[in-house]
Design a binder for this molecule. Structure first.
Ligand code: 1CP
Length: 358
């Protein structure tokens, strides 16, 4: 089954009909199984560490030449089937005027966490002008990528809310869940604002020419299905609904989302990212019957990149075989590349997936 809605490309966008990534993301049998890696740019690459030396993460994200070069590095090195824009999920929050920083070895840290109705009311909106450097980087990249598609991305409202409420990375998301249940009005007001910011950020990238997009709800897997449906899904759906006219493949991903796969697959995305906990054929069973193709992305455990090659090869073979249950499979990890992985292993994974054929 093909995703007809995605074959009507807006004028001006690159066609890329021969790209295995675009084919699989549209439910068309690709010439080979496409592969890219979440966090393929970044600390696993010595050329990235050299380029980033002395430049703050958020400064790098606002410098189009740096974004372009860092985005291209893993494409040149690993011959992956897609590039992902080098940026971060907190970039639009910072650009809107929220006081935050990305602290090395920690992650995003928010100066004034958002924990009550007054703080939500005071939150700024995102003007597309605020993220102009991101659009500039996308325009530069589509000119340099040749036949390789560019994936844009954003953080989903829930995952962004967790950083804003907790003030930084969190293991248990306790303040987030407490606010959600104690003060649902404030919760929905916050997620509504974040959904607007996310939509604006993705529209800027779409207008600049990205070929696909991924909405990261990395931490949604900490929620029950009931809470996800009530407190999160309407806001995620608002984002996808707002992009309905942007006819490029939309991927939706989170970690530990086995119980949520169906709901995530009903929120407006075309492709569902799966972590390593659920085999892809089982993920397809959970998604099936939505009246649209079952398109999946994943799901090699990033820790297994540290295993011996024969072990890793068996895992790749298993995942590609299980992926054949889907109408389209994009090979990826089940979460991001870990920083101290040997990058030559990543190149070898790409070669092996490509050798396995269509
Ligand atoms: O190559 C690529 O994949 C693009 C780069 C990329 C992406 C897709 C970065 C660069 N960040 C992201 C998205 C992102 N950022 C997510 C969603 C993806 C995921 O689940 O991994 C999340 C949750 C964040 C938040 C974030 N930013 C963290 C995680 C903290 C936590 O809660 O555990 C961290 C460490 C950052 C900083 C960051 N983002 C990116 C890089 C290369 C870095 C490290 C920079 C530095 O420390 O200087």
């Amino acid at each position: 089954m093909t995703l007809e809605m995605n074959t009507n490309l807006p004028t001006g966008r690159r066609e890329l009909s021969g790209s295995p990534f675009m084919q699989a993301a549209r439910g068309i049998t690709p010439s080979r199984v496409p592969v890219w890696f979440m966090r393929q740019a970044g600390r696993s690459l010595p050329e990235y560490r050299a380029l980033r030396a002395g430049t703050q993460m958020l400064t790098a994200c606002a410098t189009p030449d740096l974004v372009t070069e860092i985005t291209l590095q893993p494409v040149r090195r690993h011959h992956v089937d897609a590039a992902i824009l080098f940026s971060d999920i907190v970039v639009p929050l910072k650009a809107a005027g929220i006081d935050l920083d990305i602290v090395p070895n920690t992650g995003p840290v928010i100066a004034n966490p958002v924990r009550d109705a007054a703080a939500v009311a005071a939150m700024p909106d995102l003007d597309p002008e605020h993220v102009r450097p991101v659009g500039d980087a996308v325009r530069q990249l589509v000119g340099e990528l040749g036949d390789t598609p560019l994936i844009g991305f954003a953080g989903a409202p829930f995952t962004l809310a967790s950083y804003l409420i907790e003030g930084g990375p969190s293991k248990n998301h306790e303040r987030t869940k407490a606010l959600m249940h104690t003060d649902p009005d404030t919760w929905h007001a916050l997620l509504g604002k974040l959904a607007e910011i996310t939509l604006t950020f993705l529209k800027v990238q779409a207008d600049a020419g990205i070929d696909a997009m991924q909405l990261f709800d990395s931490w949604a897997g900490c929620l029950s299905l009931r809470d996800y449906r009530e407190f999160v899904e309407p806001h995620t759906r608002f984002v996808f609904d707002g992009l309905a006219d942007v006819r490029i493949p939309k991927i939706h991903f989170g970690v530990g989302t086995g119980e949520l796969l169906r709901a995530m697959g009903e929120s407006g995305a075309d492709v569902v990212g799966v972590d390593w906990r659920v085999p892809l054929d089982e993920a397809v069973r959970r998604l099936d019957g939505r009246g649209k193709p079952n398109l999946v992305q994943g799901n090699l455990d990033p820790a297994l990149l540290f295993a011996d090659w024969p072990v890793l090869q068996r895992e790749i073979d298993r995942i590609v075989a299980e992926g054949r249950a889907a109408d389209g499979h994009i090979f990826n990890l089940g979460h991001g590349v870990l920083p101290n992985v040997d990058p030559t292993v990543l190149t070898r994974v790409v070669e092996h997936v490509h050798q396995l054929g269509a």
